[in-house]
Design a binder for this molecule. Sequence first.
Ligand code: HEC
Ligand code: HEC
Ligand code: HEC
Ligand code: HEC
Ligand code: HEC
Ligand code: HEC
Length: 329
Amino acid sequence: MGIRFFLPAITVPLLIACEGPPGADANATCTQCHNSGSLIVSATEQWRTSIHASGENTDRNATTCAMCHTSEGFRECITSGKTVTSASISNPSSIGCRTCHKIHESYDTSDWELRTKSPVQLMITGETLNQGKGNLCINCHQPRIPDPLPILNGSSVTIRSGYWGPHHSTQASIIRGSGGMELSGSEAYGNSSHTDLTNGCITCHMAAAIGNKSGGHTMKIAYESYGTTAYNFAGCKECHNNTTELTNLLDAVRSETDSLLTQLAGKLREQNILTSNNQINATSNAPLELSSNQAGALLNYLLVKEDRSGGVHNYRYIKALLKNSIENL
Ligand code: HEC
Ligand code: HEC
Ligand code: HEC
Ligand code: HEC
Ligand code: HEC
Ligand code: HEC
């Protein structure tokens, strides 16, 4: 008897809770984003063509890799302030909307807010970089610390792995103009005007989109158009106003950088630091014994090679690193 009386008293408030606060339309905030507009659709289409979305390396989900290679790991590290996760990530997902935006936290348009815009202390040098919205990118696109890290004119270094070096993500360091070993030589170290943009990476990589081929959430500048390479220069226009001139400048800088990289690789091969196919000539059983400055030249080679901007990110710094490394070897 008692149970029959109590049941309605429990179910009524539960039903009200499911329908949202009395008098409010529970879906009102959802439709700020989920509506007939194409904002989400177009951003999603652009993002799908990006390497972030394809997530070739989402399986790099161990504690020391997950911050940069999984959505879950990044979110954990931004909250904890650490660069390693507490455990490896099961069911990892690729770098997507929820990685960079606060999707489904407040359930209104404030969720477009970037997950972080805080300045970033670079692992390799400990320096802090502050480039507005670009800080989001810098967290992941920064070098890891080579083990061991060579010091200019320091003691000799033993390299025990073919994977030694700053990792594939050296862009933030190149933009900052630091992290390399500043060997002495004929070329002065300096920085290009590109190194100090208010919003850093996104000024150039997230400029107005061209369909889903470049710009916006594709993060691409170069793209294929009718079988040839085209460039999205929308982010460059405030400073470079002539597209033909800029294309020529870009090609010239890229071919000079490639040529210096090839020369430096040649020197490193001559000294048996690189193998005939430009891999580091070291294993745990057959380590490489190098002077600190030889290891520095190898570090400089890897920093520029992995930056992959063809010199554009910071031409002055890149040119000095490569030229002086070649002279030193
Ligand atoms: C800031 C804009 C925004 C608001 C507000 C928002 N959403 Fe979403 N929602 C998204 C985005 C972006 C995705 C795609 C997420 C992805 O692909 O990672 C999404 C995905 C979804 C999905 C697909 C499944 C999933 O989780 O990916 C559902 C269902 C959904 N939202 C429901 C809702 C509901 C219900 C509300 C309101 C209570 C809401 N959303 C409010 C942006 C929003
Ligand atoms: C600080 C962030 C960061 C950490 C930590 C990190 N990575 Fe990466 N990794 C990146 C970025 C960014 C790229 C893509 C760089 C690019 O495409 O220019 C990348 C690329 C890669 C690639 C692809 C290389 C290629 O040529 O396609 C592999 C493989 C990889 N990482 C493995 C690992 C492993 C294994 C770990 C952990 C031991 C790890 N990464 C830790 C940021 C990181
Ligand atoms: C790698 C990080 C990253 C990922 C992944 C990402 N975004 Fe963004 N998104 C950004 C940044 C940075 C901006 C700001 C761009 C600017 O100010 O020019 C932005 C801006 C936006 C905006 C404009 C927001 C506003 O305040 O008007 C929308 C909409 C958006 N993103 C949707 C998405 C959707 C949908 C996804 C998933 C398909 C997604 N983003 C994935 C970094 C990212
Ligand atoms: C959570 C870490 C993370 C964040 C944040 C991030 N990236 Fe990435 N990015 C990566 C990784 C990892 C890859 C390589 C993905 C792979 O190989 O699986 C990558 C790939 C790229 C590539 C493609 C490189 C290629 O191989 O062609 C570009 C360009 C890029 N990111 C730019 C950006 C920009 C610009 C931002 C900021 C808006 C950003 N990234 C934010 C981790 C990140
Ligand atoms: C905030 C202004 C600004 C933006 C934005 C900008 N540049 Fe530049 N860029 C310069 C200046 C100034 C120089 C002249 C050399 C210097 O002062 O560093 C330059 C030089 C260059 C060079 C020659 C190499 C060098 O550093 O001397 C190339 C190539 C280049 N820019 C390409 C680009 C591309 C491509 C974009 C867009 C994706 C771009 N720039 C965006 C200001 C800018
Ligand atoms: C001044 C404009 C400019 C800025 C700022 C800039 N980039 Fe680039 N970046 C370029 C250009 C131009 C290329 C080479 C063109 C190409 O091949 O897409 C490039 C190439 C790359 C590549 C190689 C893969 C690819 O897409 O070709 C990655 C990854 C990358 N940039 C990431 C970043 C990150 C991360 C930042 C911020 C730390 C950044 N860039 C800042 C202009 C810029």
